[in-house]
Design a protein around this ligand. Structure first.
Ligand code: SF4
Ligand code: SF4
Length: 490
């Protein structure tokens, strides 16, 4: 948990010592100043004395006596010394000659449990979206003509469940996410796998939660009822209003999908009430009206949650987002973030999950050694049972770290964890956003640089701007409705 700690109220004494600013990122909210500490990810709220000490040190290092003399007209000596002591303890200020804090290089323990397994039950898809990372220009696995079976077999699905139970090492709950291709093309395996996993989890005294991602084209009434009856979390891949959806998400004959999916999604939302139905939007140069997309999906269709992600692709593709368009996208993200804040201050729900997810990470004081959990707490399983870093790498021999039958190859996993650790991403070592970003998505890096272990330096400006916005939202909420943040404590 990371509720902001107030700095500047303590009293203290101390011998004169040289002091300089150390590594932090400043942000402001409702007139209050906060520090985001790097790499601890702690957040501290400055009072007047804290601000004054930091301002006094902003030009050049000074010693304690000089600081006391400079600030004596504003605060009494004990207050100044106490503030200096606190700022030193949180490492916002310190000895100017002290080395910069090293990025930690400790690896996760060998028995780190698997939390989420993403099962690619088919690599076949009934749509032909140009930007698709699986079938489009940037695919890394030959899903069409490669050696992988088109559909996962019953045996492989059962072996995958056993793999999850073994690798989650008796945690009270593990997560199984079904993925594709188009997941619902293999509906029989979903039904069998959920039934099998429930039974086996009960025998092992544990619990498995299920979710799936679908393009919604195959949501027939019996499928919808099954999803509701079995409490399956559902995320729909959808890109926006009819002209947008029909321009990007099309059948193989080029026909748009909007009119097909709309009634099915509405029926799903009306029937499946136990878990919020989420929309997942891929933003490209051709669909960047973020506000219009968000409003359409929430107000006109009825999605409770919407997450938007820029497409993963190389810069020369015609759907790649240009730098100017990225600025436009960010300004709309900011507008939605302000709406999210206004709702949160009133204790109301807002469905823009990009903010919710980042605020949760900030609140929990997340400081990542890896861009995400892939290859560690999260793994993807290909249709033949090969285990890879995540669903996007499923079936890629280069990124395979075992099989569901034989388990994880610890040597391969260990090498992956060494190669992808933040300590190897030297460009990130001076970046204040590294606790949240830690170099970013491995699949994005693979598409951009042909190497999943590279830091995603092409999107640093975006990441820093967005993280700064979320910090401001966090600070504002801490000022106006701190109770709202308690929901992220769990
Ligand atoms: S990829 Fe860029 S934004 Fe992310 S931690 Fe590294 S330097 Fe910072
Ligand atoms: S590597 Fe990228 S796509 Fe895969 S789980 Fe991590 S963030 Fe997601």
């Amino acid at each position: 948990m990371n509720p902001p700690v107030a700095i500047g109220a303590a009293e203290g004494t101390g011998a004169s010592q040289a002091l300089a600013l150390r590594e932090f990122h400043r942000f402001d909210a409702f007139g209050a100043r906060f520090l985001y500490m790097v790499p601890s990810a702690g957040i501290f709220r400055m009072d007047e004395a804290g601000c004054a000490v930091l301002d006094a040190l902003s030009g050049a290092p000074k010693d304690t006596d000089a600081l006391v003399e400079e600030l004596a007209g504003q605060f009494d000596v004990d207050r100044i010394l106490g503030t200096i002591q606190e700022l030193t303890e949180i490492r916002a200020i310190g000895d100017p000659s002290a080395p910069k804090e090293e990025v930690p290089n400790d690896l996760p323990p060998a028995d780190f449990p698997l939390n989420t397994m993403v099962l690619n039950v088919t690599n076949k898809c009934n749509l032909a979206c140009t930007y698709c990372y699986e079938y489009g220009d940037d695919k890394i696995v030959d899903t069409q003509y490669g050696k992988q079976p088109k559909f996962m077999s019953d045996d492989t699905a059962e072996e995958s469940v056993e793999f999850l139970l073994a690798e989650s090492r008796g945690q009270p709950v593990a997560h199984l996410t079904f993925f594709g291709g188009e997941t619902l093309l293999n509906f029989p395996i979903l039904q069998k796998t959920v039934a099998y996993a429930r039974r086996r989890a009960a025998e092992e005294g544990t619990r498995i939660e299920f979710s799936l991602t679908t393009n919604a084209t195959l949501l027939k009434p019996d499928v919808i009822q099954w999803l509701a009856d079995n409490d399956i979390g559902v995320t729909i891949s959808i890109d926006g209003p009819k002209p947008v959806q029909d321009g990007l998400r099309v059948f193989h004959n080029g026909k748009g999908t909007y009119d097909v999916v709309l009634p099915k999604i509405k029926e799903l939302i009306a029937t499946h009430r136990s878990r919020p139905i989420g929309a997942r939007v891929t933003l490209t140069q051709k669909n960047l009206n973020v506000l219009e997309i968000y409003r359409h999906l929430t107000q006109e269709i009825g999605f409770r949650e919407v997450g938007l992600a820029p497409v993963t692709t190389q810069d020369h593709r015609d759907y790649a987002i240009t730098p100017d368009a990225k600025d436009h996208m960010l300004s709309q993200f900011r507008e939605l973030a302000q709406e999210w804040l206004a709702c949160a201050i009133r204790d109301e729900h807002h469905g823009f999950t990009n903010v919710t997810d980042t605020i949760e990470e900030i609140h929990k004081g997340v400081s990542k050694a890896y861009g995400c959990g892939a290859g560690l707490g999260l793994m993807g399983v290909a249709t033949d049972g090969d285990v890879s870093l995540c669903h996007r790498f499923a079936g890629s021999p280069e990124h395979t770290i075992g099989t569901v039958k034989d388990g994880v190859d610890r040597e391969k996993q260990g090498k992956f964890l060494v190669d992808h650790h933040i300590s190897t991403k030297t460009d990130c070592h001076t970046c204040w956003a590294r606790p949240i970003c830690s170099g970013g998505c491995y699949h994005e890096a693979h598409v951009q640089y042909g190497d999943s272990s590279k830091a995603n330096l092409h999107y640093c400006t975006w990441v820093r701007s967005w993280t700064h916005t979320c910090l401001e939202i966090y600070g504002a909420l801490a000022e106006k409705n701190p109770k709202f943040l308690e929901r992220f404590d769990a």
